[in-house]
Design a protein around this ligand. Structure first.
Ligand SMILES: Nc1ncnc2c1ncn2[C@@H]1O[C@H](COP(=O)(O)OP(=O)(O)OP(=O)(O)O)[C@@H](O)[C@H]1O
Ligand SMILES: [Mg+2]
Length: 396
């Protein structure tokens, strides 16, 4: 065989990085009213006043991080142009599985970035950590904006979210000012906060709605122009990506990922243009990936029951009763070398779990006086994808 790379001569991508997660767009499209609300919420910083606390809410991929980064860049450069504005310090922390102590520690370390001195991981109290944070802030003076992303993952956030915004009023800060920007895609998070914290953090609340197909199309078009070489895509392929993502989640991330995947599919097929068909194939590939992740998360017997229903589905024997599924399940389990569960009840429990998780659909059948009422199950997802995943998992 020849060197595997010698045949690869051309690529449809001019700059593939533009379709990657790390890329920071310099233009934000379709978020004018959110940007206006954000501007109003932040403008006190320009006049040396206390920054407002802001809560940003919206589902995944709708531009919360992109818009926040854009706003911070814009604010930083405006502050530099204005003599009356205090110095601005922006510190961004992801709260994923953080305790309050670890979050405060991360903020201290982010502020101390210019020194080698890091705050200890353990051994000190949260109150001490907060005092240290206030000292560091006062030493540097000016306005601090703390961006707490995935703030809903913070365990027991009440203490921090109560303390921090009141630090100046309570005399803990004398020269520095602070504003908290909390970001979350979990709306129920609000109701887990105590009322006084809720009022403070949600002083200014900006909600980001899912994008519709036309908004996604304009975001995608702008990216595609930079990411691909000339004439590398049909406009209808862009519109299809936008339509698929709008119908599913309204996430720009999903739309961009699909377009990139479509570009990969087109290249694999040596095409010179990305067409609707490439996007459709990419979408199937993405769906399979999702099925795989979901199946992998199930227990082994949950997987075996699911595989059984998939096999029955391909044999056109669904909707099937739990008794039918059980008989077939015993074969499936034994064939893979697993000891089958022995009671019908345990199979029914797995069927109920899989139904609740959206893998299966359950219908109630009433077979007259003699038969009574029972349930029948069928697969909601693609049977081939389930079997393919199961084979992969067993051979891994
Ligand atoms: N209005 C927009 N204009 C240009 N690009 C956008 C816009 N909105 C989102 N994007 C892009 O879509 C992707 C996802 O956006 P972003 O990371 O901001 O989502 P998010 O709301 O922070 O999601 P998550 O809750 O998962 O963190 C990024 O690549 C971002 O650059
Ligand atoms: Mg984000």
């Amino acid at each position: 065989m020849d060197d595997p790379f010698t045949d690869i001569t051309q690529t449809l991508f001019e700059d593939k990085n533009i379709l990657s997660e790390e890329y920071r767009p310099d233009i934000i499209l379709e978020r004018d009213s959110e940007i206006e609300a954000y501007t109003n919420a932040l403008k006190d910083v320009l006049f040396g006043r206390n920054p407002a606390n802001i809560f940003i809410y919206g589902k995944t991929g709708v531009g919360k991080t992109a818009v926040t980064e854009y706003m911070m860049d814009a604010l930083r450069s405006e502050v530099q142009n204005r003599a009356e504005a205090d110095p601005l310090h922006v510190h961004s922390i992801n709260c994923n599985d953080h305790t309050v102590y670890r979050t405060v520690r991360a903020l201290i370390n982010s502020i101390r970035d210019d020194t080698d001195d890091t705050f200890p991981e353990t051994g000190l109290s949260t109150a001490y950590a907060l005092d240290t944070l206030y000292e560091e802030m006062d030493d540097r003076e000016g306005s601090f904006l703390f961006i707490l992303d995935e703030i809903d993952h913070l365990s027991n956030p009440d203490s921090l979210l109560y303390e921090l915004p009141r630090a100046r009023a309570n005399g803990n800060l004398s020269t520095a000012r602070v504003g908290v920007i909390g970001i979350s895609n979990n709306y129920t998070f609000r109701s887990t906060l105590s009322p006084k914290v809720k009022d403070t953090l949600m002083e200014k609340e900006i909600s980001f709605s899912p994008y519709d197909a036309s908004e996604l199309k304009s975001i995608l078009t702008q990216r595609a122009e930079k990411a691909f070489i000339e004439d590398a895509y049909d406009n209808s392929a862009i519109a299809l990506c936008a339509a698929i993502a709008a119908k599913d989640t309204g996430s720009a991330r999903q739309a961009i990922d699909l377009l990139r995947e479509g570009g990969d599919v087109a290249e694999e097929r040596d095409a010179t243009t990305i067409t609707d068909e490439h996007i459709q194939l990419a979408e199937e590939r993405v769906q399979r990936g999702r099925v795989k992740n979901k199946v992998r998360d199930q227990t082994i017997h949950g997987q075996l029951v699911l595989e059984t229903v998939a096999r029955l589905e391909l044999d056109e024997k669904t909707p099937a009763k739990s008794k039918t599924i059980r008989t077939q399940y015993e074969n499936v389990a034994t064939n893979w070398g697993h000891d089958p569960l022995t009671t019908l009840k345990s199979i029914q429990n797995h069927l109920a779990d899989l139904t609740m998780l959206g893998f299966l659909d359950r219908t109630e059948r009433n077979e007259g006086r003699a038969g009574g009422v029972h349930f029948k199950y069928e697969l909601v997802m693609d049977a081939d994808a389930v079997l393919e995943t199961r084979r992969d998992l067993e051979s891994a």
